[in-house]
Design a protein. Structure first.
Length: 328
């Protein structure tokens, strides 16, 4: 039996804490009951907080932990739920837990995080030089705070064996089943998914991502170029000549744009156009050919390939999943 510790703190997401608690408590139990065989629990689950006192979650639900972190020196897995309040304040308030996480990892514990819980994990320094993911809406903030982490925001799960991260929303379900498979094999993971009616199918959070603008910088000329691209994205735009419009050589413009935004001008323009296409697909039944033209492309085939490369799904698949008409 593996021991898993759920680290609880004020303003965490209670749905993830209780969901993880239920899921791991039922591995080897629910399926066995359905099959009328002897239950064989695979995990022993405990809740822990920094001081052992009750925590008040984001939705005001109070949870009473089983122990303080100072009483826990061994655990196969430590699970960090999402941060639901001010991230900086949460990190400050959990300084002792950050030290404890480092120590537990040194003692052999596998540390995993869900959504914005990755900030707590990254604060330990354990993710430096390693892959991680987080909620797509906090990507730029994460990159700014932890430049040494190899952030992979398009991935739903990043696996560094002893350090794992899940993306936003319900990605904790995929992470939990991944951990079940990692520790007890494919068959047990499939049995758990079937017993709890969990569909394992999404491998990327790219379809849910929206452009954050990447405008939190101080380069006025680059900001003006970004705003111009937004206003003219349906037109034919020459990246090589765009710098001239803002008083720079093509080489200087590309260098400054990359330095300010983290993206090349071409990649940024593509992101703008994909975002515009998403909005059209969500709100209309416009044919894909016209969508292509409305966002500045001429070849529908090339556009569809770009769309799939950026989002992980085709334009039609995206429309089926997110169209306003589809939800009526």
């Amino acid at each position: 039996m593996k021991k898993i510790t759920l680290y609880c703190f004020d303003y965490a997401f209670s749905s993830v804490i209780t969901g993880v608690l239920d899921l791991f408590s039922l591995v080897g139990v629910t399926w066995n009951r359905i099959q009328e065989t002897t239950s064989a629990p695979c995990f022993q689950v405990q809740l822990a907080s920094q001081d052992g006192h009750a925590v008040r979650c984001l939705n005001h639900l109070s949870l009473q932990p089983d122990a303080a972190i100072t009483a826990i020196s061994e655990s196969d897995i430590i699970f960090i739920p999402p941060i639901g309040a001010n991230i900086d304040r949460t990190l400050e308030n959990n300084a002792a837990a950050i030290t404890w996480l480092r120590e537990m990892h040194g003692n052999g514990s596998q540390i995993v995080s869900s959504c914005t819980g990755s900030f707590l994990l990254a604060e330990t320094g354990l993710l430096d030089g390693k892959r991680a993911t987080t909620h797509w809406g906090y990507v730029e903030r994460f990159r700014e705070r932890y430049p040494r982490v190899r952030l992979r925001p398009e991935q739903l799960i990043t696996n560094e064996i002893d350090l794992l991260c899940a993306g936003g929303g319900s990605a904790w379900l995929d992470l939990s089943l991944f951990l079940v498979e990692q520790h007890f094999g494919h068959d047990v993971a499939v049995q758990t998914a079937k017993a709890l009616v969990i569909e394992r199918k999404q491998h990327s959070q790219a379809p849910y991502t929206t452009s954050q603008g990447q405008k939190y910088h101080q380069d006025a000329a680059v900001l003006a170029a970004q705003q111009w691209m937004e206003a003219h994205l349906a037109e034919k735009i020459s990246i090589d000549r765009l710098g001239e419009r803002f008083g720079m050589s093509s080489r200087t413009f590309k260098r400054r744009f990359k330095q300010a935004t983290g993206d090349t001008p071409l990649a940024y323009l593509q992101s703008l156009r994909i975002e515009a296409a998403k909005k059209i697909l969500e709100s209309s039944r416009m044919p894909i050919e016209r969508v292509t033209q409305n966002v500045g492309y001429e070849d529908s085939s090339s556009f569809m390939k770009l769309f799939k490369r950026k989002t992980g799904i085709s334009p039609q698949h995206y429309r089926n999943a997110f169209s306003h008409q589809q939800r009526r």
